[in-house]
Design a protein around this ligand. Structure first.
Ligand code: SAM
Length: 229
């Protein structure tokens, strides 16, 4: 799968994709990340990508021209299996279900906003979707795009060492994963739950399911609320 990033800070992405399963997936060729500098699609000597907002107000807004030109030159022809995503605090919330749907695509192009945001004509006429990673404001779309790429890439076949390890994780079955413990069996007087040490697989499976539901009810009751489905 190919991920494209359109950004004014291409150096931002030097670190996030070099480690762990994502790093290996890129090394092995299952995932490719292409970084595009938005300033390459400007035509003035200062490589201007932003301007003041119409109607007044604080800050600057990313101009539509370089963004449209960039996307149209990266993908000159429309093709199924591709999506243009605008990262935005005003977008619909990115969830596990979104990651699953996008893991079936061939390519995703992320537009990373900065400053006060991006001219609304990009959301209205160029992006297939406008996506937020949470109810808070970041200073740029780069971190958000890295989060989304990490989530989607680990769902691709062969990316996780053990294919089964994405199954049963938090959100896959609509609830959180169960809590986990490792050695030592006792640490500073805190003991690992006895049931995990008895080797009785069915008992452990049922207990873990109960723990997962209990933790979901405690930490994320909204996930168990049928009106949120
Ligand atoms: N003025 C905008 C607002 O209040 O909605 C915030 C702009 S923010 C400072 C600059 C850029 O960061 C946005 O254009 C977007 O690309 C990115 N960004 C900020 N918060 C985000 C979030 N929760 N999810 C995804 N992208 C976000």
């Amino acid at each position: 799968m190919i991920f494209h990033l359109l950004t004014i800070f291409p150096e931002f992405f030097r670190g996030p994709f070099e480690h762990g399963v994502l790093g290996k997936a890129i090394e092995g060729g299952a995932v490719e990340v292409r970084i595009h500098n938005l300033r390459d699609w400007t035509s003035d000597r200062h490589k201007t990508v932003d301007d003041r907002p119409f109607g007044g107000g604080e800050g600057m807004v990313l101009k539509p021209e370089p963004i449209f030109l960039a996307v149209e030159s990266i993908w000159p022809q429309p093709k199924p299996g591709r999506k243009v995503i605008l990262l935005s605090a005003q977008g619909r919330l990115f969830r596990h279900q979104t990651a699953l749907e996008w893991s079936r695509l061939d390519e995703i192009l992320f537009i990373c906003g900065r400053y006060e945001g991006v001219d609304e004509r990009v959301a209205g006429n160029l992006a297939d979707d406008e996506i937020s990673i949470g109810d808070y404001v970041l200073s740029g779309g780069e971190l958000a795009a890295a989060v989304v790429i990490d989530c989607v890439a680990r769902l691709l076949p062969g990316v996780l060492g053990n294919e089964a390890s994405a199954v049963g994780e938090s959100f896959t079955g609509g609830i959180l994963d169960c809590p986990q413990w490792t050695r030592p069996a006792e640490f500073r007087g805190w003991k690992v739950p006895e049931v995990l040490l008895n080797g009785h697989h069915e008992q452990i499976r049922q207990w873990r399911r109960r723990m997962a539901l209990e933790k979901t009810a405690r930490m994320r009751p909204d996930l168990l609320d049928p009106s949120n489905k």
